[in-house]
Design a protein around this ligand. Structure first.
Ligand code: MG
Length: 268
């Protein structure tokens, strides 16, 4: 047997001390520790508030702020001058008044859950973006189409650019499915909106996220927005605190669409 050289001895020493360290880190055998109890991982506080669900499902839950119940536009104003909204309320629905312009809520919101229903008229005409175009702006951050638009459009057998179809976050997020019901039937959007937050200097602290169910089918899954949705150019963020929800009176020549049963639940 050859005599080990010094470097080999050192290597052996390092290895054996490492082995001792590993041994020291080994958890004690289960039998050495008190047996965990299920109670140790139970949480009892704070107790969630009781919310009575809407009946039927889709009707406003007990804690919802009802934005439109089919009777009047008391919760809405015209975007351009904040005068009373001039859309047409009839038969429990509101129909877009294209010459009346975009309308928005009087209230401002941060994070929320939103329910909106809309119907494309059975007699709809036009193609591409000019067929039942409207929109739900999840935050209205200024005049016109300023903000974050969840597109409303008839894409039942109507093709357009996919990042501008119904269920898209306009020109940012392609919907995961085309869940459009045919014209004449009611469509339902259920949205979870996480508002962007900003630093003192106006820079983005946390981006906006949107999750969207379209007729019960998820079409946007916690999508991170790159900023406001724009018709032309690259999205950017603009600082805001609370913002109204806005509905679009789009200038296309097709028949105006209708909305009903709009409610929101503010999230902590
Ligand atoms: Mg639109």
């Amino acid at each position: 047997m050859t005599k080990p050289h010094l470097p080999q001895l050192l290597a052996l020493a390092v290895l054996s001390s490492a082995a001792i360290a590993v041994q020291a880190q080994q958890p004690a055998a289960p039998s050495d520790q008190p047996k965990p109890k299920p109670e140790e991982t139970e949480v009892w506080q704070p107790v969630p508030p009781v919310v009575t669900p809407g009946n039927p499902l889709g009707a406003p839950p007990s804690d919802a702020i009802v934005l439109f119940d089919g009777k009047n536009l008391d919760e809405w104003v015209t975007v351009k001058d904040k005068s009373p909204a001039q859309w047409n309320v009839h038969d429990g629905v509101m129909t877009v008044n294209k010459s009346g312009g975009n309308i928005e809520t009087k209230r401002g919101f941060k994070d929320y859950q939103l329910h909106v229903e809309y119907k494309i008229p059975e007699s709809i005409t036009g193609s591409g973006q000019a067929r039942g175009n409207s929109g739900v702006f999840l935050a209205s951050t200024g005049p016109g189409d300023d903000g974050y638009e969840l597109q409303v459009l008839d894409n039942y057998n109507n093709a357009t650019y996919v990042n501008g179809m119904a269920g898209s976050l306009y020109k940012q997020a392609i919907p995961l499915a085309n869940a459009c019901r045919k014209p004449g039937e009611w469509n339902v959007y259920d949205v979870v909106w996480t508002a962007p937050t900003f630093n003192e200097d106006g820079s983005v602290k946390t981006p906006a996220y949107a999750t969207v169910f379209f007729n019960g089918i998820i079409v946007e899954n916690h999508f991170e927005l790159k900023g406001q949705t724009l018709y032309i150019g690259k999205p950017f963020y603009k600082r805001y605190d609370k913002a109204p929800i806005k509905l679009q009176a789009h200038g296309d020549k097709s028949e105006p669409i209708s909305f009903r049963n709009i409610w929101v639940r503010e999230l902590p």
